[in-house]
Design a protein around this ligand. Structure first.
Ligand SMILES: Nc1ncnc2c1ncn2[C@@H]1O[C@H](COP(=O)(O)OP(=O)(O)OP(=O)(O)O)[C@@H](O)[C@H]1O
Ligand SMILES: [Mg+2]
Length: 373
């Protein structure tokens, strides 16, 4: 299905919110379609209306005017309680109930729905597993958990009744960068398994680039400056506000969106271990380098240089040096560039999951990959 024919799971049409007594609207006139199964990130400066927008979707805040549809149904035509069963909500700053155990927190919505006890127990066990927690934390209180664990409980709670739509408000702002990266990876994995329509609010443009299918970049007053895929946003920011928000290193950020399998590899200056030094010499000359890679069947053993080839009959007898850490086809070009910079040969070696040699990337291939994407 192409994007244009794909049904929007969430549709905002000329939505406006003016809080009582406010001089300016929190959200002036926002129209936005979130395709079913997509993860859309709302990004923008503090106070631009991200949380307000999220809360209008599940009616924690009522819009002043405009329409909001979830799966084709206007949200005000449903009782708010019905609506919220279909929409999981991860609150800004986690927001677990402090006086309820982890188990009771996760079971909040199923209890409201009056599921029977066994079903709730089963579901809680499933969720704990799904978000990577240990059952031993179930009787604890939120204050007895780390930030990352609390965050996972927040996600488990939001997923409890298996809602098709998930709203997440800065879910990772309370944890350190390492835990955050880990939780982001888990969200990507989770989204692969239980594809939901997700609207995720974040301040962090790198987080949005990593997680989102599309990014809605907002300005004060809920003004939608640009709505595009991360790659399009980085490639063609529509105005200065967007360019400023994306910050410097737009090219480097794009590198993290492209993986090695999307780029053409080269065989590189490589010879078999039975090649003669003269053969190696001609390969080095052809490639304009002073080293040569040595392979044995589908393995790349290492590399050697001119001086080391002086007294051997076959290349395989020369002392070989290892290439720096090889990358897999799933690696990003950013990781690949990092491997390349660390290498003495100025190439990144690509191998498959069984360590079979697939080819090399040079700086030229990396630039070409960025140009073409
Ligand atoms: N209940 C409220 N009453 C009055 N004004 C409000 C209320 N909630 C939010 N606002 C105002 O509406 C604007 C948008 O707020 P909102 O919380 O949506 O911003 P945000 O983009 O989520 O910001 P942050 O990134 O800091 O969380 C702000 O100017 C805020 O002060
Ligand atoms: Mg907010």
């Amino acid at each position: 299905m192409t994007e244009s024919t794909q049904e929007a799971a969430i549709r905002l049409v000329h939505v406006r919110k003016v809080f009582e007594g406010a001089a300016r609207p929190a959200v002036g006139d926002l129209s936005l379609d979130v395709p079913a199964g997509a993860l859309v990130a709302l990004v923008g400066p503090s106070g631009c209306g991200k949380t307000t927008t999220l809360k209008m979707i599940n009616r924690l805040i009522e819009p002043t005017s405009g329409e909001i549809y979830v799966d084709g149904v206007e949200v005000r035509s449903l009782p708010a309680s019905h609506l919220r069963r279909r929409i999981g909500y991860v609150i800004q700053q986690i927001g677990l109930f402090p006086h309820r155990t982890v188990e009771a927190n996760i079971a909040t919505v199923p209890r409201l729905l009056r599921w029977d006890r066994n079903r709730i127990k089963e579901r809680v066990a499933q969720l704990v597993d799904l978000v990577g927690l240990d059952v031993e934390i179930l009787p604890r209180y939120p204050a007895e958990l780390s930030g990352g664990q609390q965050q996972r409980v927040g996600v488990a709670r939001a997923l409890a009744a298996d809602p098709p739509v998930l709203l997440m408000d800065e879910p990772y702002s309370a944890v350190d960068p390492i835990v955050r990266a880990h939780l982001q990876d888990e969200l990507i994995a989770l989204q692969r398994r239980v594809r939901k329509t997700i609207v995720l609010v974040t301040h962090d443009i790198d987080e949005a680039i990593k997680l989102a299918d599309r990014i809605a970049l907002m300005n004060v007053g809920g003004v939608l400056e640009q709505y595009a895929t991360p790659n399009d946003l980085l490639r063609q920011p529509v105005n200065e506000f967007v360019a400023d928000f994306l910050g410097r290193e737009r090219g480097l950020k794009r590198l993290s969106l492209i993986t090695v399998d999307g780029v053409e590899l080269v065989e590189g200056p490589v010879v078999g271990c039975d090649a003669t030094p003269a053969e190696a010499e001609s390969v080095m000359e052809k490639h304009g380098v002073d080293w040569v890679g040595v392979r044995d069947g589908d393995r790349l053993l290492g590399w050697t240089d001119r001086a080391s080839l002086a007294n051997v009959a076959r290349v395989g007898d020369a002392p070989l040096r290892p290439f720096s850490t090889p990358v897999h086809p799933s690696a990003t070009l950013r990781e690949t560039l990092d491997a390349l910079i660390a290498s003495q040969t100025n190439v990144a070696v690509v191998v498959d999951s069984d360590d079979r040699y697939l080819g090399m990337l040079t700086i030229e291939q990396i630039s070409e990959g960025v140009r073409r994407s």
